[in-house]
Write a protein that binds this ligand. Structure first.
Ligand SMILES: [Zn+2]
Length: 219
């Protein structure tokens, strides 16, 4: 079931208020149109009806894609993230049931990472191997750019024609892309895959830190 509420939001530019729909819970079975709206982020875009200014709004929600046994909590703040993790740890009944049904359960902390997770699972890939893959790409980047002081992040990206890339982002700005190499991915699958539990038995936070730890352990 989906849950939403409409609340008046103040425009950061003209300070007039416009109603904005916030989803507490998104279920793509009951709201199929949300599948695309979260992927292109239009679901999080606040459009001021007075001055036209568009602002991306971060807020907590649970994303549920029943047809693919996928559950992702998006936490805009630490409190929400901690709450979700402690619900999982304490064996919350609803979450436990999803887990029993083989659901992949994840927690993400940024909209970019949330959308990235969806792309990875849309492509039928393992998000853990992609995080390890990204660490390799980042290591290569730092080797080639030893002087950089920018905050560097990597994101998996797939375009409409199915071209897969790793995007490098420096200080929040697009820097460059590296073509995704399926052979390297399969090598990682062979090297790391055997050491990983089933995808649905993995821990909920699969990110760069997780991958660095994994990479170190697998060396
Ligand atoms: Zn405005």
């Amino acid at each position: 079931m989906s849950m939403k509420k409409e609340i008046p939001l103040e425009c950061p530019q003209c300070h007039k208020k416009t109603p904005f729909t916030m989803w507490q819970s998104i279920n793509t079975e009951s709201e199929p149109s949300m599948k695309e709206a979260v992927r292109n982020k239009s679901a999080f875009l606040f459009h001021c009806s007075s001055c036209g200014r568009e602002t991306m709004i971060n807020y907590n929600f649970l994303y549920h894609q029943p047809e693919d046994n996928l559950l992702i909590q998006f936490s805009a703040d630490d409190e929400n993230a901690d709450e979700f993790l402690s619900m999982l740890e304490s064996g919350d009944e609803t979450l436990h049931q999803f887990s029993e049904q083989g659901y992949v359960i994840r927690l993400t902390r940024s909209l970019n990472h949330f959308v990235e997770k969806l792309l990875i699972f849309d492509e039928g890939l393992d998000d853990r191997l992609i995080e390890i893959y990204k660490v390799l790409v980042l290591m290569q980047y730092f080797k080639q750019n030893p002087e950089t002081n920018a905050a560097i992040e990597a994101y998996f990206y797939s375009d409409k024609d199915g071209d897969k890339q790793i995007h490098i982002v420096a200080d929040g700005q697009y820097e460059c892309s590296v073509a995704f190499n399926p052979e390297l991915y399969h090598d990682l699958e062979n090297n790391f895959g055997a050491h990983l539990p089933a995808l649905n038995e993995s821990q909920p936070v699969i990110d760069e830190d997780w991958a660095f730890d994994m990479f170190e352990a697998g060396k």
